[in-house]
Design a protein around this ligand. Structure first.
Ligand SMILES: [Mn+2]
Length: 356
């Protein structure tokens, strides 16, 4: 049997980390649809028998009926492909959700809760689903996999080797050692957006097919596989044409805001990449990253981060017997009083010294 494995599409996600930039949220939502369409086209062209969707297909909070219809119409275009969906923590199977109320195409199977098996002519497909926005003790710990001559696949949304998040919430945590014990021929996981794909492994996160921003660097795509009992041939296929990358720019020799804007604008950047420019080194002037970003006329520079340090020897200036010396001494005293933060004081000194 052959399959395509995707996870974490997060349809209708607001792309909050990008949406402050003109239309970026809308653009990414369109690209999300385009990427999903690519998955369906690949399945059609290659006559793929199975599509595993390992949860977080959509964002329960934001999903619209029109998007569900869009997804389902694409499912209908591949009637010979069996589609298995394991709801995750962003699209749990609950009463009143679209998984419960919407009539999906006949080739779609949604796992509704505890571990369930669907036997087909050439495989056993196991799966489970979230019934709420978190999951602590899943049935995985008690599960025993029956022996079969057909390949066994497990479609699951889980937090591999994970624990609680910062709010103490768990997302079906399970260890890799535990999963290995079952001896599944392939485990199609979802939840982590960065792929852990390796050709020689069969417990796989494909990652999200689309990157959600600078905290998700690297390639994004899907896993395709050819599976016989105990024998897996697989590949990772990149789908997101955009890549988010960070770029360090040392601005030691840059003398003014105008200089900096010109330098960033002259960078040779690749068109399909989205950049976060990180300014490093010592700076000679005050930097307002938002202002710089506005002035830089490059569409693919999305963020500028200032990690530079001040190019003044404050201790030496404080000893000077002139207006600069008095100014720095007074500012340092304010800092000692603790009325302002160090960042605020440093910024004030910078502005002041520049004016002087
Ligand atoms: Mn998730």
């Amino acid at each position: 049997m052959n399959f395509v494995h995707i996870a974490d599409m997060h349809f209708d996600a607001p792309f909050t980390s990008l949406s402050s930039l003109e239309n970026m949220g809308d653009i990414r939502r369109l690209e999300q649809r385009k990427i999903f369409k690519k998955v369906i086209d690949f399945i059609k062209e290659n006559e793929i028998g199975y599509l595993f969707i390992s949860g977080d297909l959509y964002e329960n909070e934001y999903i619209r009926l029109s998007t569900i219809e869009y997804i389902n119409n694409l499912f209908k275009e591949i009637p010979n492909t069996r589609i298995f969906i394991s709801p995750g923590n962003h699209d749990p199977y609950m009463k009143g959700t679209y998984y419960d109320t919407f009539k999906f195409a006949d080739n779609v199977h949604i796992f509704k809760g505890g571990i369930e098996r669907v036997e087909t002519e050439d495989a056993n497909i196991y799966g489970m689903g979230f019934n709420s926005f978190s999951m602590s003790n899943s049935e995985i710990s008690q599960f025993i996999l029956p022996i079969s001559y057909k390949p066994n696949v497990f479609v699951v949304h889980c937090d591999l080797n994970g624990g609680r998040d910062k709010n103490g919430i768990e997302y079906n945590p399970v260890t890799e050692a535990r999963l290995k014990l079952f001896n599944f021929d392939y485990i199609a996981m979802g939840h982590i957006h960065k792929t852990n794909y390796r050709k020689d492994k069969n417990i796989i996160y494909p990652g999200s097919p689309i990157s959600f921003g600078f905290d998700e660097l690297g390639e994004h795509g899907m896993v395709v596989g050819q599976l016989e009992k105990g024998r897996l041939e697989s590949a990772f296929i990149k789908l997101d044409e955009r890549e988010f990358v960070e770029f360090e720019l040392n601005i030691e020799g840059v003398l003014s805001k105008e200089d900096l804007v010109e330098q960033i604008s002259a960078l040779e950047l690749e068109e399909n990449k989205m950049y976060k420019v990180i300014l490093v080194g010592s700076r000679n002037f005050e930097i307002d990253t938002r202002e710089i970003l506005k002035l830089v006329s490059l569409k693919n520079v999305l963020k500028i981060k200032d990690e530079t340090f001040l190019n003044y020897d404050l201790e030496a200036i404080a000893k000077e017997n002139n207006i600069k010396g008095i100014f720095v001494r007074e500012a340092m005293q304010l800092l000692e009083k603790g009325k302002y933060s160090e960042k605020e004081i440093i910024r004030a000194i910078e502005i002041g010294l520049e004016v002087m």
